[in-house]
Design a protein around this ligand. Structure first.
Ligand SMILES: [Zn+2]
Ligand SMILES: [Zn+2]
Length: 461
C-alpha cells in the first residue's frame, strides 16, 4: 500500500492502515472534503457526524468569508443552530487566550450537540478546547490555508503570558472549500506555503532524533509529508496570484501534515528546529506583551536558518574529544541565568522540564554524542540527499513574495541567536539544536549564525 499516491480523503478510511512500522494507523477524522464548492456539503458532514444542532463559532473575518453562507445553508436544510461570534476588541485580533475560551464556554448553548468552527488558526484552536470541554464533536470550515493545525489534536493557547500546546479533541469533520480559501488574504496563503516548506527540515530533524534517541519513526508518515511537500513546491509559483491549484496543493499538504502527525503519534514529522525558532520568538513576544508574525511565515524563516545551520554542519567532522571538552565547560548556573534572561516569565516552567528530562546531564549527553558520531555518515547523507540548498529555497520564497530574513519580520539578531540556543530547552523534544549541543558544536554554530546575520544586516543597510 502506497500512502504517497493517495489523496487525503482516502486516508481517513475508518478501518485505518496496518503499517510496516508495526502499528495500525487511523486518522480520527470522519468527514474530509478539500475541493472547490466543498462548503455545500456542510449539512452532509453534519449527518455523517450524527449531529443535528451545531453551535457555529467564528470571528468577524470568518463570518464574512464563510460563516454567513454556512448559516444560510443550515437554514435551507432546516437545521437549527446557535451562532457565537467572537469579536475583536479595540482593533486587536482574537487570541487563543483564557479570555476568548471563557467567552465561548459561557456562551455555550447546552442544546447544541456539536461545535462548528468557521475560521483558521485561532478559531480552530479555540473550538478544539471548547469541544473537548463540552464533550461534543467538532467540525471546522477552513477560511485560510495558513497553518497545519486543522487535522491535529493539539491546540496552541496562551495562558498568562505563556504559550502552551494542549492535547485536545481533534476536529472530526473538516471542510476546505478552495474557492473560499483562494480568497484569503495573500499573506495567509504565503504563511500556509511557509508551513509546508518547513517540512524540509522537520523531516530531517525527526529522522535524526530517531537515529540518536530511538524516537519512534514511521517511513510512511514521513513519505506522506514529503510527498505533499514535493507536490506543493511544484506549483509554488501560483502563490502570488492565489491560483486555485496552488491553494489546493497547500491545503492538502496542511491537512496531510496533520494526518502524518496522527499516524506517527508525535508532532515531529511536521515540526522540528524551524518550528522551535518560531515557538521561541512567540514566547519572547508574549513576554513583552507583543503580537507575533503569522506562524507559517515564522517557521519558513526558521527553516531557512536551519538550512544555513545544516550547510555548516556538512563542513564539520565531530569527534568525542570535542564533545567531552564542551561537556566539561558546561556550567548549569550560566545556562539557567540565560534561560531567565530570555524568558523571565516562562523560565520556571522551562527549568522544570530539565528537572524531569535531565538532558543536560553529562553521561546522557556523551552517550547521545557517541551515537551521533557513530552515525555521522548517515546523518550527513540525509543533509546531502534530502534537502534543497539555502540559496535556491531563499530564491523561491523571494519569488513568491515571502520575507526571507528575520529582520524583515521585525526580529533582532539577538532574538534569533537566543531562539537557537534556547530551542532545545523550551519543551521535551530532541531537535537538531540538541544534537549540535550534544556533539559540542553550540558555540561554533552560534558564531557562524551571528556572522550570517550580521552580514545580512550590513548588506541591507
Ligand atoms: Zn506549523
Ligand atoms: Zn507507520
Amino acid at each position: 500500500m502506497v500512502f504517497d499516491l493517495m489523496n487525503p480523503e482516502e486516508l481517513i478510511r475508518p478501518e485505518g492502515f496496518s503499517c510496516s512500522c508495526g502499528r495500525q494507523h487511523r486518522a480520527e477524522i470522519r468527514f474530509l472534503r478539500i475541493a472547490p464548492g466543498a462548503l455545500s456539503e456542510v449539512t452532509k458532514a453534519l449527518s455523517v457526524l450524527g449531529c443535528s444542532r451545531p453551535m457555529v463559532v467564528c470571528g468577524p473575518h470568518g463570518y464574512e468569508a464563510a460563516g454567513k453562507t454556512v448559516c444560510s445553508l443550515l437554514e435551507a436544510g432546516g437545521i437549527a443552530y446557535s451562532l457565537h461570534r467572537l469579536d475583536e476588541e479595540n482593533g486587536e485580533r482574537i487570541k487563543p487566550s483564557e479570555h476568548a475560551a471563557g467567552s465561548l464556554l459561557l456562551g455555550y448553548d447546552q442544546k447544541c450537540d456539536m461545535i462548528l468552527g468557521v475560521g483558521s488558526g485561532v478559531i480552530n484552536d479555540l473550538c478544539k478546547v471548547l469541544c473537548t470541554a463540552a464533550k461534543v464533536p467538532c467540525m471546522i470550515v477552513a477560511t485560510a490555508p495558513s497553518m497545519d493545525g486543522y487535522a491535529s489534536d493539539s491546540a496552541s493557547v496562551e495562558i498568562g503570558s505563556i504559550k502552551y500546546s494542549l492535547k485536545e479533541k481533534m476536529p472530526e469533520a473538516i471542510l476546505c472549500d478552495t474557492q473560499i480559501l483562494a480568497k484569503a488574504p495573500q499573506k495567509m496563503i504565503r504563511a500556509g506555503m511557509g508551513d509546508i516548506l518547513a517540512k524540509y527540515t522537520s523531516l530531517i530533524d525527526w529522522k535524526i532524533s530517531h537515529i540518536v534517541t530511538g524516537e519512534c519513526y514511521c517511513d510512511l508518515a514521513a513519505d506522506l509529508v514529503r510527498d505533499s511537500l514535493r507536490r506543493t513546491v511544484a506549483v509554488a509559483d501560483g502563490v502570488r496570484e492565489s491560483r486555485e491549484e496552488t491553494v489546493l496543493a497547500i491545503t492538502e499538504g496542511l491537512v496531510l501534515s496533520g494526518i502524518g502527525i496522527t499516524f506517527a503519534g508525535c508532532s515531529h514529522p511536521a515540526s522540528g528546529l524551524e518550528h522551535y525558532f518560531s515557538h521561541c520568538w512567540e514566547m519572547m513576544q508574549l513576554e513583552k506583551g507583543k503580537d507575533s508574525e503569522l506562524h507559517g511565515i515564522q517557521v519558513s524563516i526558521g527553516m531557512l536558518l536551519t538550512l544555513k545551520i545544516i550547510e555548516y554542519l556538512k563542513t564539520i567532522c565531530p569527534v568525542m574529544e570535542h564533545a567531552e571538552a564542551a561537556a566539561g565547560r558546561f556550567d548549569e548556573a550560566v545556562w539557567e541565568k540565560n534561560i531567565r534572561r530570555v524568558f523571565p516569565k516562562a523560565a520556571d516552567g522551562i527549568l522544570e522540564i530539565e528537572k524531569q528530562t535531565r538532558k543536560n546531564d553529562r553521561a546522557g549527553r556523551l552517550e547521545r554524542a557517541a551515537i551521533a558520531i557513530a552515525h555521522w555518515d548517515e546523518i550527513l547523507s540525509l543533509f546531502q540527499t534530502e534537502l534543497p540548498s539555502y540559496e535556491e529555497t531563499k530564491a523561491l520564497m523571494r519569488r513568491i513574495g515571502m520575507p526571507v530574513t528575520p529582520r524583515e519580520i521585525g526580529l533582532t539578531n539577538r532574538e534569533v541567536i537566543d531562539a537557537f540556543v534556547c530551542s532545545r530547552d523550551i519543551r521535551d523534544k530532541y531537535l537538531l539544536s540538541s544534537l549540535i549541543w550534544d556533539i559540542g558544536y553550540m558555540e561554533e554554530t552560534t558564531a557562524m549564525l551571528k556572522d550570517v546575520l550580521y552580514a545580512e544586516t550590513k548588506s541591507e543597510s
